[in-house]
Design a protein around this ligand. Structure first.
Ligand code: FMN
Length: 160
């Protein structure tokens, strides 16, 4: 096994998009900034996220079995910071959102969202790989927020 610090350093060289994964439990919404997001399969349409089992959001997702992946736009860096912070309550007090198939928040201004129900879960070390079947998804024109070398970046690219 390699040294975790070497692994962390090498991962800083990997550019990713940035998402906020939302969920809903007993009527309370919750969100977490996540960049471990990938498409898994087309048939059925499915994707994966990796969530630390010590995160408050993990309890919401594992209990409700639903989550929505919101892909952030380049101008939504403050949302990425908000949802990676330690806000314990009223996390959505100043955040605009709608709902789609599952009831989990669809953030205003995100460039795409994927509304999912949990199909499978694999526990790996501190995290769980959560496979979601995509019940509904939509996309909008825009530029993505990027994460690279430990910081947020506008990659300067656009999708219609
Ligand atoms: C760019 C970025 C990407 C992140 N990606 C993940 C991730 O994929 N999985 C995860 O569990 N935490 C990830 N985090 C950390 C969580 O957002 C952070 O620990 C959050 O405070 C957890 O909140 P909670 O305990 O209230 O759910 C990421 C943070 C940042 C800034």
């Amino acid at each position: 096994m390699t040294n975790p610090e070497l692994f962390k350093h090498a991962m800083r060289h990997v550019p990713t998009g940035v998402t906020v994964v939302t969920s809903l439990k007993d009527g309370e919404p919750r969100g977490i900034t996540v960049n471990s997001f990938a498409s898994v399969s087309l048939d059925p349409p499915s994707l994966l996220i990796c969530v630390n089992r010590e995160a408050r959001s993990y309890l919401f997702i594992s209990t409700s079995r639903i989550f929505c992946v919101n892909v952030l736009a380049g101008n939504q860096r403050s949302l990425a910071e908000h949802f990676s912070g330690k806000v314990r309550e009223l996390q959505f007090a100043d955040v605009g959102y709608a709902i789609d198939a599952t009831g989990a928040p669809v953030l205003d201004g995100s460039i795409a969202h994927f509304d999912c129900e949990v199909a499978q879960e694999y526990s790996v070390g501190s995290h769980s790989i959560l496979i979601g079947n995509v019940l509904s998804c939509k996309s909008r024109p825009g530029s993505p927020l990027g994460y690279f070398n430990g910081g947020f970046h506008d990659f300067g690219i656009h999708v219609d």
